[in-house]
Design a protein around this ligand. Structure first.
Ligand code: PRP
Ligand code: ZN
Ligand code: MG
Length: 226
């Protein structure tokens, strides 16, 4: 028997808006980790728990495929990956264990500040730069608008000035990025916060026991800082 299969594996974002708070939450729940910047895997020294530090975009798929047991990820990424995997017929279910009190942001449509805007219909026939093509198309379809995606993996906010798009659909938290790029937020299409998710297949009894201990601790930590 592979001993590692007895250890609960939790995927968290390696670097980005959720990283620090993800680790802080798990530490506040009593898990001790020694984190080495370069390492993908961090073992807890006081619990049979391992942290896997990866790109946030990879977390939902790892949980949906049961490669890891739990994941801490933004709802925006979770929903985008779910839609994408549904469209491509890959496993797309997870168990949502808790909504967490950090990582609040919204996915919004924004346009250059000098452009007129009367409503989402103005985007008909336009090109919209995004890293969230499925959430965007879902929204546009509901609104009865047909626009084309310019799919970028980053730097979406520079697309209008670079002549690549007429609008952007990107995450907004403070609004500083839009502001710095002469863009104005016009529609919020999705509101997001961090989520704790679990793989769809049941856990071993040993792993389930750790999760049963973790959840009330998370509730306690979150209640204390409300
Ligand atoms: C998002 C988004 C903007 C920034 C907005 O990027 O793409 O760049 O955050 O935040 P603000 O409103 O506070 O300026 P994120 O940090 O999620 O990283 P990524 O674009 O590399 O995925
Ligand atoms: Zn990302
Ligand atoms: Mg960005």
């Amino acid at each position: 028997v592979d001993k590692s299969s007895q250890r609960l594996t939790i995927a968290i974002q390696k670097s980005g808006r959720l990283s620090k708070e993800s680790i802080a939450l798990l530490q506040a729940c009593g898990f001790k980790f020694s984190l080495h910047e370069a390492r993908l895997l961090a073992h807890s020294s006081n619990q049979p728990v391992d942290l896997l530090r990866v790109r946030d975009d990879d977390i939902p798929g790892l949980v949906m495929d049961g490669v890891v047991d739990l994941g801490l990820v933004g709802e925006n990424v979770l929903e985008e990956v779910r839609l994408e995997r549904q469209a491509t017929k890959l496993a797309s279910t997870v168990q949502r264990l808790r909504a967490l009190d950090f990582g609040q942001c919204r996915l919004s449509l924004a346009i250059p500040k000098e452009e007129n805007y009367t409503g989402v219909k103005d985007l008909e026939g336009k090109r919209i730069a995004t890293t969230y093509p499925y959430l965007l198309q879902n929204y546009l379809q509901q609104q009865g608008v047909s626009a084309s995606n310019a799919i970028l993996t980053g730097s979406v906010e520079v697309a209008p000035r670079a002549g690549l798009a007429d609008a952007v659909c990107d995450l907004v938290s403070t609004g500083a990025t839009l502001e710095a790029n002469g863009l104005v937020e016009k529609e919020v299409i999705f509101r997001s916060q961090a989520q704790l998710i679990q793989r769809p297949e049941p856990l071993s009894a040993a792993k389930q026991a750790i999760v049963d201990q973790l959840l009330p601790r998370i509730d306690g930590v979150q209640m204390a800082r409300e």
